[in-house]
Design a binder for this molecule. Structure first.
Ligand code: NDP
Ligand code: MG
Ligand code: MG
Length: 339
């Protein structure tokens, strides 16, 4: 069985007298910096001086420095910039300044697993990867709860890497929910697989296609939106609580029969999932993504543009604006920064 750690398994005193640098102040960065600070950890945020997040972080009472300065004084450096920029930040700003023996930490195994970042042997390397978006990591902490994490150690030169990892996870609030032991390889490959095939690439395309089939057949977009998008959350909530047996239990026999006999997700889909898993395992997905990013992300940007204009996305905001319970929720996300 997988090893799982909880609140009593982490010792915050391991971080006493240590400085933790959080590099980046985006989705994960702001949550890690604020949660650790509120847990009594000495935190410094490392940002480019031009970043618009400098003011946000300072307003929250956090100490902010340039990345080289923050890296130079830290005993633990958690790298929370986007994955595709991390290796350049490491090479230019962190590696030349890092203290001997300082720990290097990640919230996703990508750069270590695919070999884009290779800290020298004297640095402990660990991962505390929240299995939820950064804004929920912060919201749960404030509410006295936590988002579960998966944790891993890649390098342990002194024998204290696991103690550091669990102390960090505890300060993040994650041990309130639980930390599951994994490896950088397992986390990276399963995280990419899940987001590509189910959570994002699977669900987003299912919803989009379902909406198009219904509206093409002449049904009202408001009704179609409800049936294939809005209700999804309620089904997922039930699944989250009690698995598929619970969402099936709560739905009608008619819905269940249609579910069991539906043929959309068939063996062809399994083969496509296995194909995408292979591309994750052999590194070709990572290579394609990083090469495009290095070229200025032409393919990525074109895809962002294309997918932000699919039919359900152009009518979705108008529909949600009509739903009184949803007022203002679109603005939670700073959509101006999305494209
Ligand atoms: P974001 O895109 O939200 O983070 C952007 C932050 O990185 C900004 O503060 C940005 O500052 C900073 N940044 C970008 N480039 C640089 C640079 N060259 N030097 C210094 N800072 C820079 O990232 P996420 O929080 O989404 O992801 C961070 C890590 O967490 C990734 O490894 C990701 O895989 C992982 N993760 C993310 C999850 C999520 O919820 N999003 C969930 C679990 C793991 P600026 O204003 O200067 O651009
Ligand atoms: Mg991911
Ligand atoms: Mg229905």
């Amino acid at each position: 069985a997988a090893q799982i750690w909880y609140e009593n398994d982490g010792d915050l005193s391991v971080l006493e007298g240590k400085k933790v640098a959080i590099i980046g102040y985006g989705s994960q960065g702001h949550a890690h910096a604020l949660n650790l600070r509120d847990s009594g950890v000495d935190v410094v945020v490392g940002l480019r001086p031009t970043s618009k997040s400098v003011e946000h972080a300072k307003e929250q009472g956090l100490e902010v420095k340039s990345v080289p300065e923050a890296a130079a004084e830290a005993d633990v450096i958690m790298i929370l910039a986007p994955d595709q920029y991390q290796r350049n930040i490491w090479k230019n700003d962190i590696e030349p300044n890092i203290k001997p023996g300082a720990a290097v930490a990640f919230a996703h195994g990508f750069n270590i697993h695919y070999g884009y970042i290779k800290p020298s042997e004297d640095h402990p390397v660990f991962m505390v990867a929240p299995k939820g978006p950064g804004h929920i990591v912060r919201r749960e902490y404030v509410n006295g709860r936590g988002v579960p994490v998966v944790v891993a150690v890649e390098q342990d030169p002194r024998g204290d890497a696991w103690a550091l990892t669990l102390a960090y996870a505890k300060a993040l609030g994650a041990l309130r929910a639980g930390a599951i032991k994994t490896t950088f390889k397992e986390e990276t490959e399963t995280d990419l697989f899940g987001e590509q095939n189910v959570l994002m690439g699977g669900v987003n395309k299912l919803v989009e296609m379902g909406f198009e089939v219904l509206t093409d057949a002449g049904y009202q977009p408001e009704i179609a939106y409800f049936e294939v998008c809005h209700e999804l959350k309620m089904i997922v909530d039930l699944m989250n609580e009690g698995g598929m047996n619970k969402d099936r239990w709560s739905c009608s026999d008619t819905a269940q029969y249609g579910d069991y006999t539906n043929t959309c997700i068939d063996e062809h889909v399994r083969e496509r999932m296995q194909y995408h898993l292979k591309r994750i395992q052999d590194g070709s997905f990572a290579k394609e993504f990083i090469e495009d990013q290095d070229a200025g992300a032409p393919k990525f940007k074109a895809l962002q543009e294309e997918y932000s204009n699919v039919r359900i996305e152009t009518v979705g905001p108008k529909l949600r604006a009509m739903f009184s319970w949803n007022n203002g929720k679109d603005e939670d996300a700073d959509m101006a920064t999305f494209n």
